[in-house]
Design a protein around this ligand. Structure first.
Ligand code: ADP
Ligand code: MG
Length: 323
């Protein structure tokens, strides 16, 4: 199969999105940015064996590549406009490409966003580069720098599931024997098929002061908001939203109970908003703390005592211990 046959077969689904003037097939794609809005652009690189275990199903690789990019748009409160896909592949394997494309398109079509272009090359390590474009009104862009003292800190969904899902794959021997198969499936699905909180982000754009998506770990990502906003925070660990599956894990193995503070890959939104907006928010979220003028990040354990925090999430260039 040639490069052009590959593109025609897997990456040329028809696009009817009004935002797309020109899609796959020309030298550039052309997109329409809604009147009065700004173009937002974000890129994520995914490297085989590094960003997903090599055993990850091709469908899930495609799904997650799309999900993490949509999550970046969600964290800005943006609407999706279009996406491009750079593919570096050692060989052309239809058995991998077919389910990969299905996973990629599954989420794209759900959120009404078209694949509008890309590039396809041969390379020893399978690598994906996804660039997503979206738009937002300039006065409704949800940045990391808008948090103010007194804001509540809240998160969507549940935290720590993806980290446990990864642990169950990388260190299956460390899984409590009492976990049932449904719990394990749930945790691994949270790792492999994260839900980008696009609709929540659009709503938050109207009321929140700051937002970020949790990709590298709750405390690390909150840390980005704090430094960009020049504020501090108090986080109460007993308020973290924990799924029943994660609860079952921690009940059997309490040594892992702090994992939701540092584990990455949840792709939930963390945001700050004035307390008076909380009652009318209308999305499902949990308050976990508040923003303070004091620039420290304080983390309180279940008894309300300060925990010493020297934890960091995932940093690709740091000597990391993935445990
Ligand atoms: P160029 O030579 O201008 O880089 P290519 O021959 O690489 O163009 O690509 C032809 C068309 O196919 C372009 O519109 C490009 O955006 C699109 N394309 C190439 N690879 C992909 C891909 N993996 N997914 C989607 N579109 C792709
Ligand atoms: Mg090219």
């Amino acid at each position: 199969m040639t490069e052009f046959e590959l593109i025609a077969r897997y990456f040329s689904r028809p696009c009817t999105d009004a935002a797309v003037v020109l899609g796959v097939g020309d030298d550039c794609a052309a997109l329409r940015v809604p009147e009065g809005e700004r173009l937002l652009v974000s890129t994520d690189l995914l490297v085989d064996g590094r960003h997903f275990p090599e055993s990850t199903a091709a469908f899930d690789v495609g799904y997650k590549a799309m999900a993490v990019n949509l999550s970046d748009l969600a964290a800005m409160g943006a609407r999706p406009l279009g996406v491009t896909l750079g593919l570096a592949l050692p060989t052309i394997e239809p058995d991998w490409l077919e389910p990969f494309a299905q996973g990629f398109y599954a989420l794209a079509e759900h959120y009404g966003i078209c694949l509008v272009g890309g590039d396809t090359v041969k390379s020893p390590v399978r690598t994906l580069a996804v660039t997503i474009m979206g738009s937002a009104r300039p006065d409704r862009m949800l940045t990391r720098s808008g948090a103010r003292p007194g804001d509540l800190i809240a998160v969507t969904g549940t935290i720590g599931d993806a980290g446990l899902g990864l642990r169950s794959i990388q260190h299956p021997e460390s899984m409590p024997a009492s976990l049932n198969p449904e719990d394990i499936d749930f945790l691994q699905m949270r790792l492999n098929r994260p839900t980008p909180r696009v609709d929540e982000g659009r709503r938050l754009a109207e009321v929140a002061h700051a937002a970020i998506d949790i990709s590298d770990g709750l405390l690390q990502d909150l840390g980005h908001v704090l430094s960009a906003s020049h504020v501090g925070a108090v986080v109460e660990t007993d308020r973290l939203p924990i799924s029943p599956a994660a609860r079952a894990w921690f009940a059997a193995d309490p040594t892992q109970r702090h994992l939701p503070l540092t584990a990455g890959d949840d792709y939930e939104l963390l945001f700050t908003l004035p307390p008076e907006q909380w009652g009318t928010l209308g999305i499902s979220a949990t308050v976990i703390g508040r923003i303070t003028e004091d620039k420290r990040l304080r983390v309180l354990d279940v008894e309300g005592h300060d925990m010493s925090v020297h934890v960091h999430g995932f940093d690709h260039f740091a000597p990391v211990d993935l445990d």
